[in-house]
Design a protein around this ligand. Structure first.
Ligand code: ZN
Length: 114
């Protein structure tokens, strides 16, 4: 496996794609995640979102790094339990540009969500 090989060579961190990250989270936690279920896992995601808010307000860059990683990890966990492929989800919704206006640099009115 190429990722294992690149981990051994030098101190550079291996590239992480969304798909490989979701698989990593699956490999590490899937059984526990399924046992906890979507509802319990969603609560953990919300707790982590709160911690991200705190880190954005008062945290160091290092703390922000950790909280962004945690939010993404819990999102990946829920996706695993729900049987959702995050890469597919993102590609379907954003792969062809803004879902609102269809452009790669959004031209939606400022009042609109995108
Ligand atoms: Zn747009």
């Amino acid at each position: 496996m190429s990722e294992a090989t690149s981990r051994q060579s030098g101190s550079a961190r291996p590239a992480v794609t969304l798909a490989s990250f979701q698989q990593l989270i699956r490999d590490m936690y899937f059984e526990k995640d399924v046992a906890r279920g979507i509802d319990g896992t969603f609560m953990w995601l919300m707790e982590e979102v709160g911690e991200l808010a705190s880190a954005l307000r008062n945290g160091t860059h290092e703390e922000r790094l950790g909280e962004f990683a945690d939010v993404l990890a819990w999102l990946a966990t829920i996706a695993n339990v729900a049987g959702v492929d995050l890469s597919e989800a993102v590609s379907r919704k954003y792969g062809a540009g803004c879902p609102g206006c269809g452009q790669f640099v959004c031209t939606c009115a400022d009042a609109e969500k995108p």
